[in-house]
Design a protein around this ligand. Structure first.
Ligand SMILES: *Cc1c(COP(=O)(O)O)cnc(C)c1O
Length: 377
């Protein structure tokens, strides 16, 4: 099955009992047994397994070409479960210098107290990555494109470096989604998602996922998923599965709208720089062109007037809603310095106060540009 077909059909056969075309929301905590230990269809308790969650997990594994998909209650729950499955005290992880703020906090404030060390490194600088590898480095944790600076890392090269050093490569593929980028095919060992973003796609659910290349690692993760228990409920699983069906068409529109917004911003007199991997002048453009099917829906830019102008633009848009998060059908605008990245003030990532981040939605492009035009007038 090709991508758009798998998005609609993988794990989603009509219900064998009722014929229901849509996977039912199995809102149950437990399952009747035929005699002691006689499971009717493999399910015994919904932390361990739930048919609606299974449908989502099967579909996500298919979309990334992985051996197994696992769904979690949030992106952070997915990350925590993955790291605690793959690392032990004394292990070391390389994380991106501009890692997602929550990922930085997880490593810096939580996992460090359990003896899992980390080093922040610019993943677009492969020599710096090689130099930062240690004998106890267990994982290279990659994001591409990054948030909010949209820098690009070469997944294939990083996989080679990781494997050469006895480590594994994890890619947080939240910004690209499996439609635009398939890290496992490029050599990564595991992919993580905040399904809250493009996979869910409608800003109505918080969720996470991991997809792994290796079935054995999938088994270990399933054990941890049940043991740690950070699972999504049936309804949340259903919402993500519903979102995934339209991922391909949504991403096409996100990409085309974001490309046009980036181009328009590039010609605006108040704009100092535009950060979008689709622009030929972007430092990671050629790698992005090679490893992605499109350049995504996220666009960041700096204004020449500094913080006050950037904050002003964020409060003047009418269609672009001033809010954190990203990846939904509606366009959002935010000021990373004061909003999403305020909590990473002492991290290696220093975002410019004149930076504005857009999550470009799938509305009519002329309406979106008219909105930015009036806000930046
Ligand atoms: C939002 C996000 C996360 C965390 O996901 P939650 O669902 O909010 O827990 C992780 N990585 C990236 C890149 C994100 O954008």
């Amino acid at each position: 099955m090709r991508f758009e077909t798998a998005a609609i059909h993988a794990g989603q056969e009509p219900d064998p009992v009722t014929g229901s075309v849509v996977v039912p929301i199995h809102q149950t905590s437990t399952y009747a047994q035929d005699g002691v230990g006689g499971l009717r269809s493999g399910y015994e308790y919904s932390r361990t397994g739930n048919p609606t969650r299974t449908a989502l997990e099967t579909c996500l594994a298919a979309l990334d070409g992985g051996a197994r998909g696992l769904a979690f209650a949030s992106g952070m729950a997915a990350e925590d479960t993955l790291v605690r499955t793959m690392c032990r005290p004394g292990d070391h992880v390389l994380i991106p210098a501009d890692a997602y703020g929550g990922t930085y906090r997880l490593f810096n404030a939580v996992l460090s107290t359990w003896g899992i060390e980390h080093t922040s490194v610019d993943l677009s600088d492969l020599n710096a990555v090689r130099a930062a590898l240690q004998p106890n480095t267990r994982l290279i944790w990659c994001e591409t494109p990054t948030n909010p600076l949209l820098s690009i890392a070469d997944v294939g090269e990083l996989a080679e470096i990781a494997h050469g050093g006895g480590a594994r490569l994890v890619v947080d593929n939240t910004f690209a989604s499996p439609y635009l980028q398939r890290p496992l095919a490029l050599g990564a060992d595991a992919v993580v998602y905040s399904t809250t973003k493009y996979l869910g796609g409608h800003s109505d659910v918080v969720g996470g996922a991991v997809v792994v290349a290796d079935a054995g690692m999938g088994e270990q993760l399933a054990y941890s998923q049940n043991a740690l228990g950070a699972v999504p409920g049936a309804f949340d699983s259903w919402l993500v599965l519903r979102g995934v069906k339209t991922l391909g068409v949504r991403m096409e529109r996100h990409c085309s709208n974001a490309g046009k917004v980036a181009e328009w911003l590039s010609g605006h007199p108040a704009v100092e720089s535009v950060l979008y991997p689709g622009l030929p002048g972007h430092a990671g453009h050629e790698i992005a062109e090679r490893q992605m099917r499109g350049y995504g829906g996220m666009v960041s830019f700096t204004v020449s007037g500094g913080e006050s102008v950037a904050v002003d633009i964020c409060s003047r848009t009418r269609l672009f809603i001033l809010a954190e998060s990203l990846g939904g059908v509606e366009s959002l605008i935010e000021h990373p310095g004061r909003m999403t990245h305020a909590s990473t003030a002492n991290s290696p990532l220093q975002v410019s106060a004149s930076l504005v981040r857009l999550s470009v939605g799938i509305e009519d492009i002329d309406d979106l540009i008219a909105d930015l035009d009036q806000a930046m007038d």
